[in-house]
Design a protein around this ligand. Sequence first.
Ligand code: 1CP
Length: 359
Amino acid sequence: MVLLPNGHPLVAGSASASPLVRALRGDRPERTPVWFMRQAGRSLPEYREARKGTTMLEACLDPALVAEITAQPVRRHGVDAGILFSDIVVPLLLAGVDVTIKPGVGPVFASPVRTAADVAALPSLGSAADRGGFDRSLDVVRQAVSASLGLLGETPLIGFAGAPFTLAAYMVDGGPSRDHLEARRLMIADPETWDALMNWAADAAGLFLRAQVLAGASAVQLFDSWVGSVPRDRYVARCAPATARVFSHVGDLEVPRIHFGTHTGHLLEDMKEAGATAMGIDVTVPLDEAARRLPGVPLQGNIDPAVLGAPWEAIEAHVRDVVRRGLAAPSHVVNLGHGVPPDTDPEVLTRIVDLVHGL
Ligand code: 1CP
């Protein structure tokens, strides 16, 4: 059994009996759990207020502020989970990579990583055992998790990381890109350099996840948001092994492992195979179809974020349809098919939570 720093067994206590964790383990709790990807963020006025005068990455490194922002959507909407307020590039920053988050744009890297020499020049990560520089720098994440648990009470916290392809898509391109062309080029032109970069990103993400779980996160989600641009054979050969390496960093910890990407209909089985215990489904695959393709696998998703701006009757009909299709899976955590659009009326999200809880 793994013990938390406070001496309590991992995933003991109320959070492990929560509807979220029960559903992620394949159970159907009385209340269907619901949370929203990007539930903490610009759709909330209290978030915009809390973030005033602080850059995104400064905010991610301030444990008290992280806890407050993590708790905001739980307080407001009554969702069944908090997700740590952070970003997929935070472990890269903590490892010593020169990255910023440009408002309205996203992650931007000072030096794109494109050659064997660029990969060799990435900071060493050491291992959790040797308490090297990276492990020590993760203390701020551990503090942020602890502070969040303090505000969340009985509500479980989800830890997360970016999967190696999605991290590499930013690192190779140097920032957000439409089709991740530079990354997909490197994957084909120089597979050795690509694999080395993927393994580095896998260890950074894996150690980040592990730190969150050991500090008390009840479940993890690995975001491979952009891997849908990769054809299946190349996913299996050049992406899945590194994703499996991320999951192996938390494989001995008894927490559910959710895996999610957009436009990944062609990859669902392979993504599950890489080591997930539950799958997040994007809007392009109906949940009943996903359930047929992933027998026995708990599913999460997949309300279309585009419906959030529609009249309530259309939203309600869509949510009911998603929940009905989700009955084909052993269990279902209701979520969106991707993140909350920043201009979403937060009252709509609260109403969806009430609707799902009442069904
Ligand atoms: O409630 C939450 O979900 C908040 C925590 C969170 C998470 C899980 C943030 C805060 N970022 C993420 C993960 C993340 N970051 C992903 C995977 C999830 C997804 O697909 O949505 C990705 C791809 C990123 C990269 C990123 N960071 C982008 C996307 C850029 C692109 O390529 O189009 C952006 C805009 C950011 C910045 C960011 N991260 C988080 C917030 C709230 C913001 C906006 C910052 C701001 O307030 O200006």
